[in-house]
Design a protein around this ligand. Sequence first.
Ligand code: CTP
Ligand code: MG
Length: 335
Amino acid sequence: RNHKRHTTCRNDITMLNAPLLALFESLIPSDEEKLKQKQLLTLLENLVRKEWPNARLFLYGSCANSFGFPKSDVDVCLQMDLGDIEKSEVLLKLAKIFESDNLQNVQALTRARVPIVKLMDPVTGISCDICINNVLAVVNTKLLHDYARIDVRLRQLAFIVKHWAKSRGVNVTYQGTLSSYAYVLMCIHFLQQRRPSILPCLQRMQVTYYITVEDVECAYFDQVEKLQNFGAQNRESVAQLVWGFFHYWAYCHDYANDVISVRTGSMISKRGKDWTRRVGNDRHLICIEDPFEVSHDLGRVVDKHSIRVLREEFERAAEIMQYDPNPCVSLFEPY
Ligand code: CTP
Ligand code: MG
């Protein structure tokens, strides 16, 4: 691959700033939508507490990490002391409770990698997944939310990348492409890498937030209100960043050797993590380290076929940003 091929642009990238910002604004959920989500959470909380008074419900995922679209599903984590009760038993019980309260499409998926109950609230039309004691997901949701509060360009970039990934069909983990969570981590890492950097590495700073979850230590600086001017030295606009992001993943990333790591704020080596060979179904063709579960590669879902699809999509996006007469339309063309 010729890394130098596209370093000069024909499009004036700054012209794309206004339309991309307008797109970002249009993707932000309204207060009304946020309120509906809160109401659903309260409803569920009341139902759950009747059966298990000490249980607590937490929102996680896109409705709580500030990277959610208006129509995103609500991800809920039920935290409770299970004692000797099986998770699957609780899920089946939950499903019964929800069904008798007229919630729709109730389904207990007890054999999934992350077992859940699915439901749809007919009043608000919101769909919801409920898992049990998935505390790490709640904690990584807080990390993403805290990063988003440091520099508005993270949300701008990530919304556009997520919108692109959904439009182009490369946000489907069971088809071997990446999760929304993975894309947001890619955006955070990309902004940590800019010079001057736009985001710090919170896990390398003084620890102000600490929790241990299933032997995993989660520690980082969470007083992000003190970092409001962190990225001010870097004046890059969202259009430059979107272009830079696609250009990086199309032409610059070393897929054979590098792992992107939000935890360290830098690139680390596949060799060091022993991610150089296929183990079981984990092929490590694109490596994205989870910030807390460091043995977890968010790219492990990607296979021989889907890595090609992904890289072609990154290249297509980078080309469009530079040469297409109507980039803001072509970029998001349904596949
Ligand atoms: N998650 C995780 N590990 C993964 C995938 C997801 O811990 N391999 C957790 C993260 O807390 C993430 C949440 O599950 O925020 C939801 O994941 P996902 O559906 O990928 O992201 P959302 O932000 O909910 O995006 P979407 O708007 O597409 O629903
Ligand atoms: Mg979600």
